[in-house]
Design a binder for this molecule. Structure first.
Ligand code: PLP
Length: 359
């Protein structure tokens, strides 16, 4: 009777985390009220907030050279915060476009300076991928290079970290904590929380400290990295419940054995699903093999007239939210950290049965 939720975001969170949150909902730390009802300036809240940051630092081995910020306005909030904080007036920022989200970042950046698209892989039918770095038209004077290691909509994921002179800025909204990274490779990493971290609205920003203090004078204070860093991300009231829940997810990840252990599980889950799709003529994935996302698996039915039936019956079978993004159509199974392998097994079993009955 299990329900497995394949939503791309807000996405399924670990059941253990949700159960703990439920238990403490009305009485957090014996205070007789919810964490949602506690001042962010209280010693209890500040201790929890610091511990969450510390746990994230441990999970990703983040050194003291980096600030960790808990910001407002989700992933998209960073699309403008980054140019406002890192790009001088009239400056240029290089952008690698590999799908919808990296394209979205370009549009927003253009409001603040020159967003130079150094490569643009638009939707390429059966052959979605990433142009080799040797073909990128890099600027000499870019304030940074922005890219999206995992494109949530197209299911395209980098299997390497670009090597460029400019500080590397990565939108890790849909892949943070899913695989091991070396934070030192990046100038700035950011992620909207609602996939691998917690509730939407919160964004985590990990920024090298030498990049702080360069914000344009018209940057709103709550989006100014330097000001937020100085005030422990509490310049105003932070998204307190989201921060608390993120803290529970970080503890859960540590209990799982950390990012390395979770990455192994993610590799196994993705392999199970892609192998099944590749072996069954009834389904198709259209991404070049080594750029296939471990987190978001788009797939198409051979007969697209069966899409509605597939969605209806999968929902009845407890497999939720498999509809692909409207921009690319088809289906999409998002299999973030919280998705157990049992969920992927249930999905492939359903897909096999559906193919048999309708093929
Ligand atoms: N970047 C990526 C890669 C995403 O997948 C998303 C949302 O799905 C966003 C940015 C935007 O995040 P938000 O909705 O929190 O603004």
């Amino acid at each position: 009777n299990s329900i497995f939720n394949f939503c791309a975001g807000p996405a399924m969170l670990p059941r253990e985390v949700m159960q703990q949150a439920q238990q403490e909902f009305l009485d957090w730390q014996g205070l007789g009220c919810s964490v949602m009802e506690v001042s962010h300036r209280s010693p209890e809240y500040i201790a929890m907030a610091k511990e969450a940051e510390q746990d994230l630092r441990e999970l990703l081995s983040i050194s003291d050279d980096y600030a960790v910020l808990f910001m407002h306005a989700g992933g998209r909030g960073q699309f403008f915060s980054i140019p406002m904080n890192l790009m001088p007036q009239g400056g240029v920022a290089d952008h690698v476009v590999t799908g919808s989200w990296s394209r979205g970042a370009v549009k927003e950046c253009q409001k603040y300076g020159q967003a130079k698209v150094v490569t643009d892989i638009t939707y390429q039918g059966n052959n979605r991928g990433i142009a080799p770095q040797s073909e990128w038209q890099l600027s000499d004077n870019a304030a940074y290079l922005h890219y999206c290691p995992n494109e949530t909509v197209e299911g395209v994921e980098f299997d390497y970290v670009p090597q460029v002179d400019a500080p590397l800025v990565a939108d890790m909204s849909s892949c943070i904590l899913s695989r091991q990274i070396n934070v030192n490779d990046f100038g700035l990493i950011y992620a909207g929380a609602q996939k691998n971290i917690g509730p939407s609205g919160l964004a985590i920003v990990i920024v090298r400290k030498d990049l702080l203090g360069k914000a344009r004078s018209d940057t709103p204070s709550i989006f100014d990295y330097q000001q937020q860093f100085k005030l422990d991300s509490m310049l105003n009231t932070p998204p307190t419940y989201a921060w608390y829940l993120a803290g529970l997810v970080f503890k859960w990840l540590k209990a799982q054995g950390g990012v390395a252990a979770v990455e192994e599980k993610n590799i196994a889950k993705a392999k199970l699903l892609y192998d099944f799709i590749d072996e069954c003529d009834f389904y198709e994935n259209r991404v070049v093999k080594h750029y296939r996302s471990r987190m978001n698996v788009p797939f198409y039915l051979a007969d697209e007239a069966l899409n509605d039936k597939f969605l209806q019956e999968s929902k009845q079978a407890g497999l939720l939210a498999l509809k692909g993004h409207r921009m690319v159509g088809g289906m999409r199974a998002s299999i973030y950290n919280a998705m157990p392998i049992e969920g992927v097994k249930a999905l492939t079993q359903f897909m096999a049965d559906f193919a048999k009955k309708n093929g």
